[in-house]
Design a protein around this ligand. Structure first.
Ligand SMILES: *Cc1c(COP(=O)(O)O)cnc(C)c1O
Length: 383
């Protein structure tokens, strides 16, 4: 089943009714192995580390959403978490290779490259990917990979994908875009030339805060082959139950992203007029320094809003403890709204580095509850 429309593909691609029973949902294939007709003669599946039909359905669907036709070129590799997927990419690098990271990378990504892979001889540089010369200055003769996030976390800066990818490719360097925040509903990095797209499916793709998972999508058959080999050799796979939950979540991605975006815009506007707030960061606001780029590159502006408190970190701590609908928690991208103080929670590991975030910063993952209730909750917490 193929369609030009994202909404239709999210529900149909890779998800034909079960041949034997007509079941309209992809079954959870809770099996580790598959009976063979003769030695070495199997029906496409041998062992579930290598492949599993539930996982396969999710991988085909996600590839399609990112604009990859798995019949033609490349595909998806889904792993047990976003970090497991990142680690698989790490296995493609060798001692002496160099990677360019964004200077406000997701904390776990930074930790993996700066504190784990660096011990295996992989060098890294953090660059400001939003500056026109940021990447150019960081590229070296041994650079093998450029890592991009847009919008970034938690400062929600927008990176010009077309420009940065062209620069990297001109230097013969591959590019991985972490598309966790935007999701393919808002931005499709492969359309801009990205070689690899990384997802923490834990966030918007799963969308219900009930599963941890990760994926890499690529439109490059060679990279896909290599990553498939590495996944089977190293072993970080997504289980069939988690694959099922993620696939179920993905069916409503379009609906959810529309509502996340609409709610977030209303909340950003509310916060921008609030006397206790010194700055609101949301790509949909005219006040966002890269609003025009965001409008060009994204179908909508997403569900993440960050803001700074006028009275400093203490007031950020106080207000985040007073919200009732917004749960004080790490993570993002679920139907329920979350609030956090990055400097004290998600971004503790980057304290004292060039990735440090302001201590009075509050980050919201705006859910799909009624926006009036969400604004009322913030209003009472700020009072
Ligand atoms: C959460 C997250 C990750 C890591 O994914 P896990 O599923 O938690 O391992 C990577 N990148 C971004 C942008 C994230 O938000």
């Amino acid at each position: 089943m193929s369609s030009d429309h994202f909404e239709t593909r999210a529900i149909h691609v890779g998800q034909e009714p079960d041949e034997m029973t007509g079941a309209v949902n992809v079954p959870i294939y809770a099996t580790s192995t598959y009976a063979q007709d003769a030695p070495g003669e199997h029906r496409g599946y041998e062992y579930s580390r290598t492949d599993n039909p539930t996982r396969h359905a999710l991988e085909v669907a996600l590839a399609s959403l990112e604009g990859v036709d798995p019949e033609a070129n490349g595909g998806t590799i889904s792993a047990g978490s976003g970090m497991a997927a990142t680690a698989l990419i790490g296995y493609m690098l060798k001692p002496g290779d160099h990677i360019v990271l964004p200077n406000d990378a997701y904390g776990g990504t930074f930790r993996f490259f700066a504190r784990v892979l660096s011990e295996h001889g992989v060098e890294w540089t953090a660059a400001d990917m939003t500056a026109s010369d940021g990447l150019a200055e960081a590229l070296q003769s041994n650079t093998k990979l450029v890592w991009i996030e847009t919008p970034t976390n938690p400062m929600l800066r927008i990176v010009d994908l077309g420009a940065r990818i062209e620069e990297a490719h001109a230097a013969g360097v591959k590019v991985c875009v972490d598309n966790t925040f935007a999701t393919p509903f808002l931005t499709r990095p492969i359309d801009h030339g990205a070689d690899l797209v990384l997802h923490s499916m834990t966030k918007y793709l799963g969308g219900h805060s009930d599963v941890v998972g990760g994926a890499i999508v690529t439109g490059d058959a060679e990279l896909h082959e290599r990553l498939k080999f590495l996944q089977n050799a190293v072993g970080p796979v997504l289980g069939p139950f988690d694959a099922y939950l993620t696939l179920r979540g993905m069916k409503t991605l379009a609906l959810r992203m529309e509502r996340h975006s609409r709610n977030a815009m209303a909340i950003a506007q509310f916060l921008e007029g609030h006397e206790k707030v010194s700055q609101v960061i949301y790509p949909g606001l005219d006040s966002h320094p890269q609003h025009e780029l965001a409008a060009r590159q994204m179908a909508d502006f997403g569900g993440m809003v960050s803001f700074r408190m006028k009275d400093g970190p203490d007031s950020a701590f106080k207000m985040t403890r007073r919200t009732e609908l917004f749960f004080l928690a790490e993570s993002l991208g679920g139907v329920e709204s979350l609030i956090e103080v990055p400097a004290a929670m998600t971004h503790m590991s980057v304290e004292g580095t060039e990735l440090e975030v302001p201590s009075d910063l509050v980050r919201l993952s705006v859910g799909i509850e009624h926006v009036d209730d969400l604004i009322a909750d913030l209003e009472q917490a700020l009072a």
